[in-house]
Unconditional design. Structure first.
Length: 319
C-alpha cells in the first residue's frame, strides 16, 4: 500500500492478536496486515514517511505495545486511547456495526474529530516496572480467590488449594524482590521512592505504582493530576436539575492503590486524618470523605515531587 503524502492526516489502527487493520483519512484508504514483527516494522517505516499524520489506536490489554514500540523506533509518537472513548464516539455518530475494518475507520474518525494529544510514552525501564506491578496485582487477585475458595471447598481438595496458595505466596515474594531490585538500580527512582514513602500512609506498593503508572506526578498542577487519576468531581446539572458531583474516568489502577494508601493515611497521617474527620463531622458520607482525602493525598504527593521536598505536615496542610 503506497500512501499519498498530501492525503494523510489521521490514521486509525485496530489491533487484534493476529491482524492489524489500518484506515486513513481523508483518503479513506484501508488495508490489513498480519500482526507480526516484520509487518509492524514495515508499517512503521511506511508511516514514518508521513510525519504529519496523527496515529491513534486503542489500548487492548498490552497487544498495542509491540505496535507502539515499532512506531516509536521510527521516531513517531502514536496516541493510545481508552476504548470506551472510541465506543462512545461510535454510538454518538451512529456507527453500531462492528468489524475490524469498521473499527479502524471509527478510530480514524475519532482522531479527526477529537484530535487526542500524544503524551509522553514510558521508557523501557518504566514499562518493565509497570509489567511487574500488573503481574503482582494478578497474583494478589488469584491468591485472594484461592483463600476464599479454601474456606468453602470440600476436604478432598484442601491440600491442592493450600499447595497453590503456598506457590502463589512464593511468586508474590519473588515479584516483590524484583520490584525492589528495579528501584535500587535507578538513583532517580530510588530518590523518588524515598520521597513518596516519607508520607505517612504511603508504602512500597503505592510508591511503586505511582512511579510506574503515574510518571506525570510532579509535572502537572493540582487540578490536572486529580483529573488524570480520576478524582476530579464533574458537575451533573441540567436546567433546574442539580445532580450530585461525581468522579469519572482516570487511571483505575492508580486510584485503587491510592484508596488503600488513604485508608492507612486516615488512621496514621495527621493531616489526612484531621481532614477526614472534619468532613465526616460536617455530615459528609464516608465514601465522599474518602474520595476527598484521596484527592488531597495525591495533591500533597504531587507538590512534594514537584518541589523535591519530603513529607512536612505544615506544607501538606496548604497543599
Amino acid at each position: 500500500m503506497n500512501l499519498i503524502n498530501a492525503s494523510i492526516e489521521y490514521v486509525g489502527i485496530d489491533i487484534s492478536k493476529d491482524q492489524l487493520d489500518i484506515f486513513v483519512l481523508p483518503s479513506r484508504q484501508s488495508w490489513s496486515l498480519s500482526n507480526d514483527e516484520a509487518a509492524r516494522e514495515s508499517l512503521a517505516k511506511q508511516l514514518a514517511e508521513h510525519r504529519q499524520a496523527l496515529i491513534v489506536m486503542e489500548a487492548t490489554g498490552g497487544l498495542e505495545m509491540p505496535v507502539v514500540a515499532a512506531l516509536v523506533a521510527q521516531g513517531l509518537l502514536p496516541v493510545v486511547v481508552n476504548p470506551r472513548q472510541v465506543r462512545d464516539f461510535a454510538k454518538a455518530i451512529g456507527r453500531l456495526a462492528k468489524t475490524d475494518r469498521l473499527d479502524a475507520e471509527v478510530i480514524a474518525l475519532f482522531a479527526q474529530a477529537v484530535k487526542p494529544k500524544p503524551r509522553e510514552l514510558k521508557d523501557e525501564q518504566t514499562q518493565q516496572l509497570a509489567a511487574l506491578l500488573t503481574r503482582r496485582s494478578q497474583i494478589v487477585t488469584m491468591l485472594t480467590a484461592e483463600q476464599n475458595r479454601l474456606s468453602r471447598a470440600a476436604k478432598p481438595v484442601h491440600r491442592d488449594i493450600k499447595a497453590h496458595i503456598q506457590w502463589l505466596r512464593k511468586r508474590l515474594d519473588d515479584i516483590d524482590n524484583q520490584l525492589r531490585q528495579q528501584i535500587k538500580r535507578s538513583p532517580l527512582w530510588r530518590a523518588k521512592d524515598e520521597l513518596l514513602q516519607s508520607t505517612p500512609g504511603v508504602g512500597d506498593v503505592t510508591s511503586l505504582s505511582l512511579i510506574a503508572l503515574l510518571p506525570e506526578l510532579g509535572r502537572l498542577n493540582r487540578r490536572q493530576i486529580a483529573a488524570l487519576v480520576g478524582l476530579a468531581p464533574f458537575n451533573r446539572d441540567s436546567g433546574k436539575l442539580h445532580g450530585r458531583r461525581c468522579i469519572w474516568g482516570g487511571r483505575a489502577s492508580v486510584r485503587c492503590t491510592l484508596y488503600m494508601a488513604t485508608l492507612a493515611a486516615v488512621r496514621f497521617n495527621p493531616v489526612i486524618k484531621a481532614f477526614y474527620h472534619r468532613l465526616t463531622d460536617s455530615g459528609k458520607l464516608h465514601k465522599v470523605a474518602m474520595t476527598a482525602c484521596m484527592r488531597k493525598l495525591i495533591t500533597i504527593l504531587n507538590t512534594m515531587v514537584k518541589n523535591n521536598t519530603p513529607w512536612n505536615a505544615n506544607i501538606a496542610v496548604s497543599a
